[in-house]
Design a protein around this ligand. Structure first.
Ligand SMILES: [Zn+2]
Length: 342
């Protein structure tokens, strides 16, 4: 089978034929068609083990706007990126699953999983930006294209019929990927759609979100919060954290009494310019060991890590770590956890 070239920014190449059966529909079928309800494209827990990192770009030309007129996208992005934390988690294996019942039209499975960092990395995947993936034909003219699956993980072949939630492969980092994720582009009769709002990308963004118009199932819509940042992970470590190590190895081990430093740390997605991060660490006697508030961010950060700590050994015991994410005086996210130091 001849594989098409899949660029994330390009529309799908094959369109299903438009059905003309509506012309002959008998009168008793006048009730509106059931709207499509898409599930998540991976088997994971939204907001805990996976996060939406980018939405489609709804703005024409060089302008950039996510579906709700925010900044959670980049120029020309055609789909929705559901990320897992790290390459280590990718190696453990996260299933990519069917978002709805459908039929597999085409697949690709032999691209390397490799994090794109430089311009030459980017050039090396030119024309194969989607990496490993597949196209599913759904009901009513809908199609969904999946990208960046793990090399060798494809579990279906063209012609296979799948049901919602069936395993298709694994989340990977093939093609143009800077973190392990699965990208889906949803289209209908050749128009690319944003599954969150149900709008065509060509219609532009909207600041009034109507959950009932979403293509995602209601329980997913309820968990998606494109106007708030995510805290992907946080804790107390025995060394400073950096973004590259986080995305490759995942969260660092919890600090121990063998470490000569301790840092409260956190890993974020989709912080806006002006965001302020506060770390608080308290010991078992409620004494405050860290209370650090950052300077406001000088620009939007799609992905970001930060830490604050001290050059001393943390004694054995139980601690409470808190992370606050504040913008213009409003607390957007807060995370609290108990940490046992041994
Ligand atoms: Zn994408």
């Amino acid at each position: 089978m001849d594989l098409p070239i899949w660029n994330e920014g390009q529309p799908l190449l094959n369109r299903p034929n438009r059905s003309i059966s509506i012309l002959f529909a008998p009168l008793f079928l006048t009730a509106p068609a059931l709207a499509i309800e898409l599930g998540l494209p991976a088997q994971c827990e939204l907001g805990k083990t996976c996060f939406v990192q980018q939405y489609p770009d709804m703005a024409a030309g060089d302008a950039v706007a996510d579906p709700l007129c925010g900044a959670l996208t980049y120029d020309g992005h055609s789909g929705t990126d559901l990320r897992i934390l790290s390459m280590k988690e990718m190696e453990a294996g996260y299933a990519v699953v069917a978002v709805a019942d459908g039929k597999v039209l085409r697949v690709r499975d032999q691209e390397q999983d490799y994090l794109i960092e430089t311009e030459s990395d980017r050039a090396s995947v030119a024309g194969r930006e989607c990496g490993n993936g597949l196209v599913l034909q759904l009901q009513d003219g809908y199609e969904v294209q999946y990208c960046h699956l793990r090399k060798g993980s494809l579990a279906v072949k063209p012609g296979d019929v799948v049901r919602t939630g069936d395993r298709l492969g694994e989340v990977g980092a093939s093609g143009l990927a800077q973190f392990p994720h699965v990208h889906i582009t949803v289209s209908r009769h050749g128009d690319t759609l944003d599954p969150l709002t149900g709008r065509k990308l060509s219609e532009g963004c909207t600041s009034t979100f109507r959950p009932d118009e979403s293509l995602f199932a209601p329980e997913i819509v309820a968990k998606l919060e494109p106007t708030r940042p995510d805290i992907l992970a946080f804790g107390v470590a025995g060394r400073p954290v950096d973004y590259d190590t986080l995305v490759r190895e995942g969260p660092p081990p919890v600090v121990s009494t063998n470490d000569s430093v301790f840092v409260t740390w956190a890993w974020f997605a989709n912080l806006k310019k002006g965001t302020v991060i506060r770390f608080i660490l308290r010991d078992g006697k409620d004494e405050t060991l860290v209370d650090h508030t950052s300077e406001p961010l000088d620009r939007n950060k799609a992905s970001y890590s930060a830490f604050a700590g001290r050059k001393q050994t943390l004694p054995r015991g139980r601690y409470q770590v808190e992370v606050w994410v504040t913008l213009d005086g409003t607390l957007l996210r807060e995370a609290v956890s108990e940490v046992a130091v041994r």
